[in-house]
Design a binder for this molecule. Structure first.
Ligand code: 0X9
Ligand code: ZN
Length: 306
């Protein structure tokens, strides 16, 4: 039984998902959306109390980047809150369907635990004779304005884009899971760290999406609810404006190709440079509690969307 007082390994997260499904079969369906390069399961958790099959949906992922341990920790915390405390707030499950892929990059995540704490990419070997240049940045491997800046063609680089879109089994599995429900998915939340940013597309251009004002308004309601808990501040803006130019991330693809309107990259605690990726585990529960407040705001809005 997980208590979110420490960072969990791939096996723990997988077992958490299946145990939740076994305890709450009327709410939780666990499936395998694909296999990682090293043959780990890419777990997909659907949370639904049934009813209409065309209910609006929210898709959440975590752990695209191996070193961002607070991401799968916070995402699984929210899964737990939705399910175990369903009776306290049934509307968040009754009014929307949820899809969670809490650990998109299990191979990199395990490698960050065993070998290199700051590892970012997956672990695909590109060249058997070159074992130092391993892995692709899953968040540069999506097919929308692919390789148009802020991604690397060099397999040694931490932002290596794979050379072509969708070369990685993890990005293909995430793509296919999103597409399977895209017509009813109103929000895609891809959870990263760190910096305390609530980001909209795009990364490839500093121009803003046509519906940026609506995206900004919902983000600011979500952030206000988050900040109200402990005073944790987040800034809001488009990726290219607030962070840096980059191309091929999952959020740009989810909005530009899959057509999901309220698509955000959430950069969790902290702001750096104190901890950065090395966020102490005693911040998992506070991060979970405050981020859950933001997710409630998103769910309330999604429930009312056309
Ligand atoms: O660079 C990234 O992939 C993300 N930041 S991180 O520090 N977690 O690596 C930001 C991606 C933001 N999304 C877009 N640029 N569209
Ligand atoms: Zn990241």
């Amino acid at each position: 039984n997980l208590t979110w007082d420490n960072y969990y390994r791939y096996d723990d997260i997988r077992e958490f998902a299946y145990a939740l499904g076994a305890s709450y079969p009327e709410l939780v369906t666990v499936s395998v959306a694909g296999k990682s390069y090293e043959d780990r399961d890419l777990i997909l958790i659907k949370i639904s109390s049934g009813g209409s099959a065309s209910k609006n949906a929210i898709f959440v992922d975590g752990g695209i980047h191996a070193c961002e341990w607070i991401s799968p920790a916070t995402v699984t915390y929210i899964v737990r809150e939705l399910v175990e405390n369903y009776a306290a707030h049934p509307q968040y499950v009754d009014d929307v369907d949820w899809f969670f892929m809490p650990l998109v990059n299990p191979d990199g995540y395990e490698f960050a635990h065993t070998d290199n704490r700051l590892w970012r990419k997956n672990r695909r070997i590109h060249d058997e004779t070159n074992t130092t240049c391993v892995g692709t940045d899953i968040n540069r491997n999506f097919d929308y304005h692919f390789d148009e800046g802020g991604s690397s063609d060099n397999s040694c680089a931490p932002t290596y884009n794979g050379g072509q879109p969708f070369t990685e089994p993890e990005s293909r599995a995430l793509r296919d899971a999103i597409l399977a429900e895209a017509n009813r998915t109103k929000s895609y939340l891809t959870v990263h760290s760190y910096g305390q940013h609530w980001l909209t597309p795009w990364g490839w251009t500093t121009e803003l999406p046509a519906d940026y004002d609506a995206m900004y308004a919902l983000a600011s309601d979500a952030v206000a609810a988050l900040t109200a808990v402990y005073g944790t501040v987040y800034d809001i803006g488009s990726s290219a404006n607030l962070l840096y130019a980059n191309s091929g991330p999952s959020d740009d693809w989810a909005k530009g190709v899959a057509g999901i309107p309220y698509t955000y990259t959430i950069e969790l605690r902290d702001q750096g440079p104190v901890y950065g990726f090395l966020l102490p585990p005693d911040q998992i529960i506070p991060s979970g509690i405050e981020t859950w407040e933001a997710f409630k705001v998103i769910a309330e809005a999604v429930a009312l969307m056309e």
